[in-house]
Design a binder for this molecule. Structure first.
Ligand code: ZN
Ligand code: ZN
Length: 344
């Protein structure tokens, strides 16, 4: 059985599943298979999900073909693709990430519905699944229970993790994450129950039909440009997990890998201030610098101005400077334990 991308897909074949079970029988893993701190990578056998690999290859071939067609594409189609990428991105950043994963602000029903719909446009799996994975990522960052553990390499943390079977620790810890708040949100559960038709319609079908119907774009061109727009959103999100976990400065906490990365902030509309974000996951701005390279914060503030968003959580300047003294560069506690702040 196969699902969508982010996120994408897949359920393992029986043969793949049995291979994971075999791995768990290894005596070294049996010593304490539930401890994500134990890096059993020598024993854990990576199982490639070829179905997912094939889907990503096809998507990227279509995306490259869209670029080849650039001279023939209508300017409206290009502008529309950029708009779709931005909306899909906001559905992830303002929706799945800052609202549903971290509860960093509250949103009234119309805004929640809007965010749910544009989240479908990003097709990075349902909010419910995305949130579970992201809460596990924060709680077990850079361990074998982290779904896109950056210590397994740049490609793995970027998109490779979507092409292999999950590490058993990811499943184990993920199954214990509290998602009761999402289960009590009818907007989230509606999307989760009807995810595939909703996502296909909003991510591919409508973005293909609109340029054909309104300004006469060629159907194939319109289709491949909808795929390109989808890929842009995907790579923007993925860069947070890969680039912002490897490259950049760590002004707030030198004990963790997540870093401040301006390029990622640009392509992921405000999510590249990642050292700050992992230090203060509940700050609605995911940054100390509000609107700077942070379209998502501008959007949330605009929604607050309209009365649609409220109870935005943030961290005082004093608390931030105290934290920098304790765990920032030059602090005496470089070797101390990482943050014990709440993880969402
Ligand atoms: Zn992260
Ligand atoms: Zn986060």
């Amino acid at each position: 059985m196969t699902k969508m991308a982010n996120g994408t897909m897949s359920s393992p074949s029986t043969r793949e599943e049995s291979s994971v079970v075999q791995d768990l029988k290894d005596p070294k893993i049996q010593a304490d298979p539930k401890d994500p701190k134990i890096q059993d990578r020598k024993e854990f056998k990576t199982v490639i999900v070829w179905n997912n690999v094939a889907k990503f290859v096809v998507l990227h071939v279509l995306g490259l073909h869209a670029l080849v067609l650039f001279p023939a594409v209508a300017p409206q189609t290009v502008a529309f693709s950029v708009l779709c990428s931005l909306l899909g991105g906001l559905g992830v950043t303002a929706g799945a990430h800052r609202l549903w994963t971290h509860r960093s602000y509250k949103a009234r029903l119309p805004l929640r519905v809007f965010l749910m719909l544009i989240n479908c446009l990003a097709m990075e799996n349902s909010i419910y699944v995305w949130t579970r994975d992201h809460r596990v990522h924060h709680k077990f960052s850079e361990t074998s229970a982290d779904p896109h553990d950056a210590t397994r390499g740049l490609f793995f943390s970027h998109m490779g993790w979507l092409m292999v079977r999950k590490h058993p620790d990811v499943k184990e810890k993920g199954s214990k994450i509290d998602l009761s708040d999402l289960q009590n949100d009818p907007v989230v559960m509606f999307q989760h129950r009807h995810y595939l038709p909703l996502a296909m319609t909003l991510c591919i079908v409508l973005p293909t039909l609109i340029p054909i119907y309104f300004w006469g774009e060629h159907p194939w061109t319109s289709y491949v440009w909808s795929i390109l727009s989808y890929l842009v959103t995907l790579h923007g999100t993925w860069s947070v997990n890969s680039l912002a976990h490897m490259f950049g400065s760590r002004p707030y906490d030198v004990n963790i890998n997540p870093s401040e990365n301006k390029f990622v902030s640009f392509v992921a509309i405000g999510e590249g201030f990642h050292n700050y974000h992992h230090t203060y996951p509940h700050d609605y701005s995911a940054s100390e610098y509000r609107w700077s390279l942070n379209l998502t914060t501008l959007f949330i503030d605009t929604m607050a101005w309209c009365g649609m968003a409220y109870d935005r959580r943030s961290v005082s300047k004093e608390a931030v400077s105290e934290r920098i003294k304790r765990t920032g560069p030059g602090s005496q506690l470089v070797a101390a334990k990482p943050s014990t702040d709440v993880y969402y």
